[in-house]
Design a protein around this ligand. Sequence first.
Ligand SMILES: *[C@@H]1O[C@H](CO)[C@@H](O)[C@H](O)[C@H]1NC(C)=O
Ligand SMILES: *[C@@H]1O[C@H](CO)[C@@H](O)[C@H](O)[C@H]1NC(C)=O
Ligand SMILES: *[C@@H]1O[C@H](CO)[C@@H](O)[C@H](O)[C@H]1NC(C)=O
Length: 335
Amino acid sequence: MLPLLSDFSLALLMVILCSTTFSPLMPLSLIYLREELRLERVLKAAAMEDRTVILTTLNEAWAAPDSIFDLFLESFRIGDHTHMLLNHLVVIALDQKAYTRCLAMHTHCFALLTEGVNFSGEAYFMTPDYLKMMWRRINFLQSVLEMGYHFIFTDADIMWFRNPLPHFYSDADFQTACDHFIGNSYDVQNKANGGFNYAKSNNRTIEFYRFWYSSRETYPGYHDQDVLNIIKYDPFIIEIGLQMRFLNTAYFGGLCEPSKDLNEVCTMHANCCYGLDSKLHDLKIMLEDWRRFLSLPEDLKQLRLSSWRVPQNCSLTSLRHHGLPPKNIEQEESD
Ligand SMILES: *[C@@H]1O[C@H](CO)[C@@H](O)[C@H](O)[C@H]1NC(C)=O
Ligand SMILES: *[C@@H]1O[C@H](CO)[C@@H](O)[C@H](O)[C@H]1NC(C)=O
Ligand SMILES: *[C@@H]1O[C@H](CO)[C@@H](O)[C@H](O)[C@H]1NC(C)=O
């Protein structure tokens, strides 16, 4: 650990030691400092030349063999020029098992520890643990921005088929995928999906993530995505000058609104889906569809005849089989 301490970190360490000598909080400060150094090392190793990293979070249920994580990694390998993007992917493990599996499968892994919370199980949508996990993520992403890294955040149930970077708006601070895209990337009425976004590190995005995270207290019981879809209208966004854009589902699609043309698709999200088994079922079909498309001769690809066979088990009909009340079905659309 010692060789990693820069002069600045040593100075910071001294300040913390001196200022908290008689405080019961001291061990916690040290834990957080160590965590930040650990994170800095992982981010630095994975970053592109311009300090952009790709981030995803993972828990035990999604990291298990033959679960979401395997499909996620596979999509990068069979995607069009996406394989090399794995060099820039940092997996944020939320528990020990996810961390161990990440180390076995991937180069850049980071264990994010949260005291007193068990994020291991399948975090069922809208349970208190699910909410905590989602909010911990927003808080963590804020700290990544504060460290000066730009990031593409992606849920692991998003398949990467093409490099998204050419489709991002160069003048935007924060851009997000949508469950439903209404045709204009500036229109805040677009229904944002928090599972995929690109944030540039600057004062505006740092302020924005701080505001987003603090809004969990203003809207208790809501998850980060619902809150995003509320605060996107807030005058505070204009006040801080944040440029927010919404990404077209033609490139950044999902089961809510699939990317129609396989010649154009960058990413496909298993949103509008309840339950891990249904998600896995439909994601596997999605990968099969992609492979089938790739195997077509060039002229047939251009005919745009092939399309997705999903959603199947992820449809709203299958949701009702889970006996969810209508309110949850509506909310489920967003994940
Ligand atoms: C966390 O949850 C998982 C799955 O629900 C369980 O197997 C494990 O024992 C729990 N760990 C702790 C420390 O409570
Ligand atoms: C934030 O603003 C301050 C003062 O305007 C500036 O010195 C600093 O470099 C900015 N930080 C980032 C991350 O852009
Ligand atoms: C998918 O749906 C079919 C038809 O409803 C069902 O038979 C099958 O068990 C489901 N598979 C999974 C993995 O949920």
